[in-house]
Design a binder for this molecule. Structure first.
Ligand code: KG4
Ligand code: ZN
Length: 395
């Protein structure tokens, strides 16, 4: 099965072509074509992702990314002249809210053959709704033009599967498994009693962990995205043994649940920088203290969940799982305390948003692919934020 996958939920536009040989979760996956563009430079000036700019930028680049992925894959093409009046009109209608995207897509296929694929997977949520709609409408137009069924895909499930993805296969997870999802928009503990079964057992009460990194970075005068910036300063501080005179809180360590909270840590940083002018070394030391506080909270709650649910596999996913200190601390501590636990942290290329993970999630739900795409909608942060309890995601 060849899957064309599309991701536009936040500030990465991505299109992939992935071949799956076999059934989920035992298939072998080959990434045939993969094109990704990050909008970081578009949003840098605003210190965060600006939804209407994100939408515009997705629409501006997605056709080019599709072409790049298709050319890289070198799949055999089929010809179906999009110049036919009804085909062109319906394509434009499906993309009527996305500016000139309909015309661009038709122009692309006037010059190039359509790739032969079996199904299209698109992120429908969670994410920024205007950004999501670009991908969803583009996918609907492609489903029509390519006469392929469309499968709506959950972004968080994509992150989970990306963590389990190694060398073209999904790792043979032992259940119960726990997924710790840490990104700019989410901080969640997801219990998995089997493949495609997700139960959210904990989450942040306020800021997502990546959001906390970004906000603290701004307080320290560092550019967006703040995660890598803080991480670099903290790394320096550790190498030079710099410790901060400021002690940040470790919120909710004593609560019995698996919820976390980061806004108190951020507020403490705000007070600290308002009270005194920090020297460069003090800023480095404070970045280290912040990274330590976040890591300690996440680690303790994770250990508690491992004990409570007798977890046998731990998956860590989302943009913040690129953080070197979090990775090495989890690896060392868990290997020491839980020698039988299997730990999966994705390849750095798969930690941030991408479309390969959407192909994996699409394959997991290929049975839900449908040709009638009318009812498929972008579901921003409200509807899909809660992963349904104990159920399959799309049944
Ligand atoms: O998963 P992602 O690409 O997008 C969302 O779905 O949110 O995550 C982006 C987040 C940003 O907040 C960014 O600052 C953070 O991941 N991030 C990091 C690192 N690299 C990216 N945070 C800490 N350390 C890093 N090395
Ligand atoms: Zn993400």
């Amino acid at each position: 099965m060849i899957i064309l996958s599309i991701e536009t939920s936040c500030d990465e536009t991505a299109v992939s072509l992935v071949r799956a040989d076999g059934d989920f979760p035992n298939a072998t996956y080959t990434v045939l074509g993969n094109a990704l563009r990050s909008q970081i430079d578009v949003h840098k000036a605003y210190g965060g992702v600006f939804p209407s700019l994100a939408k515009r930028d997705h629409a501006a680049v997605i056709t080019t990314l599709l072409l790049r992925a298709v050319e890289e894959a070198g799949l055999p093409g089929i010809q179906r002249p999009p110049t036919q009046k009804d085909v062109a009109a319906h394509t434009r209608e499906l993309l009527t809210r996305e500016g000139s995207l309909g015309d661009e897509l038709l122009a692309l296929f006037a010059e190039h053959d359509l790739p032969l694929i079996d199904c299209i997977a698109v992120t429908t949520g969670p994410g920024l709704e205007p950004a999501l709609w670009v991908g969803v409408n583009f996918a609907k137009a492609l489903a029509f033009l390519l006469d392929a069924p469309l499968v709506p895909t959950n972004h968080m499930e994509g992150h989970i599967l990306a963590s389990a993805f190694e060398e073209g296969r999904l790792a043979p997870l032992r259940f119960p498994a726990l997924a710790l999802l840490i990104s700019g928009g989410h901080t969640e503990f997801i219990l998995m009693r089997g493949w495609r079964q997700y139960e959210k057992v904990g989450q942040t009460r306020d800021d997502a962990v990546g959001e906390a990194f970004d906000k603290v970075a701004r307080l320290l005068g560092l550019p967006y995205p703040g995660g890598p910036e803080i991480s670099a300063l903290a790394h320096d501080a550790r190498a030079r043994n710099l410790t901060s005179s400021i002690t940040l809180p470790r919120p909710m360590l004593d609560s019995e649940d698996f919820d976390v909270s980061f806004s108190g840590i951020k507020t403490a940083v705000r007070y600290a920088v308002a009270k005194q002018t920090l020297s460069d070394d003090e800023r480095r030391a404070l970045a280290r203290e912040f990274e330590d506080a976040v890591t300690e909270v996440l680690l303790l709650k994770t250990k508690r969940a491992i004990d409570t649910y007798a977890i046998r596999s731990l998956l860590i996913g989302g943009g913040v799982s690129a953080n070197q200190h979090i990775r090495t601390t989890f690896e060392a501590e868990l290997a020491r305390d839980y020698p039988d636990l299997a730990l999966y942290i994705p390849d750095p290329a798969l930690t941030t948003d991408n479309s390969v993970m959407i192909a994996l999630a699409g394959h997991a739900h290929a049975g839900d692919a449908r040709k009638n795409t009318e009812t498929i909608r972008a579901e921003g942060n409200k509807a899909h934020r809660k992963i349904p309890k104990n159920t399959e995601l799309f049944t």
